[in-house]
Design a protein around this ligand. Structure first.
Ligand SMILES: NC(=O)c1ccc[n+]([C@@H]2O[C@H](COP(=O)([O-])OP(=O)(O)OC[C@H]3O[C@@H](n4cnc5c(N)ncnc54)[C@H](OP(=O)(O)O)[C@@H]3O)[C@@H](O)[C@H]2O)c1
Length: 181
């Protein structure tokens, strides 16, 4: 006969009964869409942050779900904009009434085009690829950490080896990523 211990951590004891929740950035295409598909097929609810909400919804419509149970939520997020990231984090918290976030998947990424000729910056002056791929996820992870800790959740950072093909020389003290002459 199964017994319960009242001192057992509530997040772990309830995790087998409740639906697990993941947040993923860029879950509307590519690698993120496939990760979302797998999570949904395993019964998770997935909260997706992207800039193009309608495009994501169109792509996600192909994933089979049980109509009576919402399998995903799509919210607007621009990782290159700190204010947008903070707003997204607040919205995520509202979608999780029990405050338990099981996984954050930092997947979204951009690669600046022709950066060596003309680096692009955010309105606040950060190089756009760095702001999107790194700073945005840094703020998002910190903002969602209380929910992740409560659920003993995990953070997954998706990366790539593409930087190895760049001819740009990055100076550690130059976060604008200007090309070194
Ligand atoms: N594809 C590969 O062969 C490959 C190989 C190794 C590693 N990876 C890694 O896998 C991850 C995904 O790559 P992918 O090829 O699947 O990319 P992708 O198809 O181009 O998808 C990128 C996703 O990120 C979102 N995104 C882009 N900028 C954003 C921003 N500022 N704020 C919020 N969301 C943003 C995009 O949606 P919106 O445009 O609507 O915002 C899109 O859903 C990346 O971390 C990449 O380094 C990919």
């Amino acid at each position: 006969m199964a017994t319960t211990n009242s001192k057992t951590d509530t997040s772990e004891s309830s995790s087998s009964q409740r639906r697990r929740v993941a947040v993923i950035t860029g879950g509307g295409s590519g690698v993120g869409l496939e990760a979302t598909r797998q999570l949904i097929q395993h019964g998770w609810h997935v909260i997706i942050g992207v800039r193009s909400v309608n495009a994501a919804l169109t792509a996600l419509a192909e994933i089979p779900t049980h109509a009576e149970i919402p399998a995903y939520t799509v919210e607007s997020l621009d990782l290159s904009d700190a204010d947008s990231v903070k707003t997204f984090a607040t919205t995520v918290a509202k979608h999780i009434p029990d405050g338990l976030l099981d996984a954050l998947i930092c997947n979204a990424a951009v690669v600046g085009d022709d950066r060596e000729k003309e680096p692009t910056s955010t309105p606040k002056g950060y190089e756009k690829t760095f702001a999107t791929n790194h700073l945005g996820h840094f703020i998002l992870t910190g903002s969602l950490m209380p929910l992740l800790e409560k659920a003993h959740g995990r953070v997954v950072m998706v990366s790539a080896k593409g930087h190895r093909f760049s001819s740009t020389v990055y100076e550690q003290n130059d976060l604008q990523l200007r090309t070194t002459p």
